[in-house]
Design a protein around this ligand. Structure first.
Ligand SMILES: Nc1nc2c(ncn2[C@@H]2O[C@H](COP(=O)(O)OP(=O)(O)OP(=O)(O)O)[C@@H](O)[C@H]2O)c(=O)[nH]1
Ligand SMILES: [Mg+2]
Length: 253
């Protein structure tokens, strides 16, 4: 696979910013082709995708490299040896994206719960903000249309509880669909983060608020994964509740 320098050269020639989408994966082979097809069909001129795979037994990492062969260095694959969690995977992917020279970095799940078409809206929002957070809980956003009332209440209540525990103002504190200007990721001190699971998303939001970055919430409608299995577990939920508590002490809201 090419190292992607062609696109960096293109940027120097055209002056177009480089957008890098970082996607952590664990056993997402069933979703990867659809995801990358949809992303590269978007009207984003200088786009690269970084897949951070944790040694998926279903061959996601190998598949990602295969897909990349036809895409002239637009897909980069970071192969980690074992499942080490969402948070560290993102930190590695963000660092890689910055090293590639990304002007804008997008983060999203591989399971198509985050609609690729909304990536354009997130990037558009960066015209007026440092960080744009995809949000299910602002006007125009929402959860999967198939969800019943109980599931909606659990999801909304969980997010509300976490916001309270961590002292985060962003309405969708737990989601992992966001776009950042380069300088934001360069300034966040990821070494101080404690969560490996979805609590990582809350830590990022907390850091962005505390550092005074301009933050916008962009509505989107979340869809349940159609293929593959969720990696959510009770352990990850408990980790978030337990490790996020001290965050509130670091700020007043
Ligand atoms: N590299 C890496 N990726 C992970 C790990 N755990 C989850 N992921 C990926 O992170 C994204 C979110 O994981 P999901 O299993 O969809 O979890 P979720 O979206 O919080 O929960 P659901 O709503 O149940 O799907 C997906 O792209 C996963 O493949 C991990 O340990 N390492
Ligand atoms: Mg998911």
């Amino acid at each position: 696979m090419s190292d992607g320098t062609q696109h960096i050269r293109d940027r120097k020639l055209t002056g177009r910013p480089l957008t890098v989408v970082v996607v952590p994966t664990y056993n997402e082979a069933e979703n990867l082709v659809e995801l990358t097809d949809q992303l590269f069909a978007l009207d984003i001129p200088n786009l690269m995708v970084v897949i951070v795979d944790d040694g998926s037994p279903d061959g996601t990492g190998v598949l990602a490299a295969e897909i990349g062969k036809n895409l002239e260095g637009r897909i980069h694959v970071i192969n980690r040896k074992q499942k080490l969690g969402l948070g560290p995977a993102y930190v590695e992917g963000f660092t890689y994206a910055i090293d590639l020279g990304a002007d804008y970095v997008v983060q999203m799940d591989a399971d198509l719960s985050h609609p690729p078409s909304v990536v354009c809206d997130l990037l558009y929002g960066l015209g007026n903000a440092d960080v744009v957070v995809g949000s299910r809980y602002v006007r125009g956003g929402g959860a999967d249309r198939e969800w019943g009332l109980l599931r909606r209440l659990i999801s909304f209540g969980g997010n509300w509880g976490i916001r309270l525990v961590a002292g985060v103002k962003i309405k969708d504190a737990t989601g992992g669909f966001k776009a950042f200007r380069r300088h934001v990721l360069q300034k966040i001190e990821f070494d101080s983060f404690r969560c490996n699971g979805f609590g990582f998303q809350v830590e990022v939001n907390h850091a962005c608020e505390r550092m005074g970055f301009a933050i916008l919430e962009q509505p989107y409608v979340f869809s349940d994964r159609a293929k593959g299995k969720s990696k959510m577990s009770l352990q990850i939920i408990l980790e978030a509740m337990w490790k996020l508590m001290p965050l509130r002490l670091n700020r007043s809201i």
